[in-house]
Ligand binder design. Structure first.
Ligand SMILES: [Zn+2]
Length: 253
């Protein structure tokens, strides 16, 4: 009797369940693009390649859209990997490191016009500093649907610091961002992409669900949630090159 009831309820649930966006299994790798500055490089820039001019960025986003890509947060990708939550057919994550003012002025505008989320990997020490994002700007990004990730306090190479600093850079940045902005901060981003076993352990112990590197490739749970690969986008990426990269993330180009 109970068994019949359970079967009936299950049948109803199955019938009522909306069709998933895709039928792919829950191990779909997701390309995670990594942007730094989204503006024209000043003449004295240390790393001019890390500047993607705003107009090029807009053309890159238009190309992703035309090719059918849908930006998602890392949290959404993670929920897919964990429990099979549906993902769009061609997911991509747009991550922005450090917290530069131009990410708000230019990138956020372009994404807002499309209703697309970004992922902000914010270095706490840069908040409200010259050239950095203000607290109000970060709040606006969150209202736009952006996800907030922690990128340490001081942007130190965490493989070179003592245990006490490691703890404050990792746990401290998560706590401070969650307290300041009132949102969960579930992902860590290694400064300079540098990590070792101790850094990974600290990130896990701080309660993060995963962490992103600068190692080249698509993020995949098969590599472990604490070493998610990304794809650095520079000012040399034409829209066509960007599409080639998201389609074949592991290929050298
Ligand atoms: Zn950084």
């Amino acid at each position: 009797m109970i068994r019949a009831l359970v079967a009936a309820v299950a049948a109803t649930l199955v019938a009522a369940a909306p069709a998933p966006a895709v039928t792919a299994d829950r191990h779909t790798p997701v390309p995670v693009l990594l942007y730094h500055h989204v503006s024209t490089a000043p003449r004295d820039a240390d790393s001019p390649a890390l500047y993607v001019p705003a107009r090029l960025f807009a053309r890159q986003m238009a190309a992703l859209d035309r090719a059918g890509y849908t930006p998602v947060t890392l949290g959404r990708a993670w929920r897919h990997w964990q429990s099979g939550a549906p993902l769009p057919a061609k997911p991509v994550v747009l991550s922005f490191d450090d917290g530069f003012a131009d990410q708000y002025r230019t990138a956020a505008r372009t994404l807002r016009a499309r209703g697309w989320p970004g992922v902000l990997n914010l270095q706490v020490g840069r908040l409200d500093e010259e050239g950095g994002l203000t607290e109000a700007q970060v709040r606006r990004l969150l209202r736009d649907g952006w996800e907030l990730g922690a990128h340490s306090m001081s942007h130190a190479d965490l493989t070179t610091v003592g245990a006490e600093q490691l703890e404050s850079e990792v746990t401290g940045s998560r706590e401070q961002l969650e307290r300041t902005f009132g949102v969960p901060v579930d992902f860590f981003c290694y400064p300079y992409g540098r990590f070792d076993a101790a850094v990974k352990a600290a990130v896990r112990a701080a309660g993060f669900l995963g962490a992103t590197t600068t190692r080249r490739g698509a993020a995949s749970p098969a590599d472990g949630a604490y070493t998610l690969d990304r794809l650095v986008v520079t000012g040399n990426y034409s829209p066509a090159r960007l599409l080639r990269t998201v389609r074949a993330p592991s290929a050298r180009r």
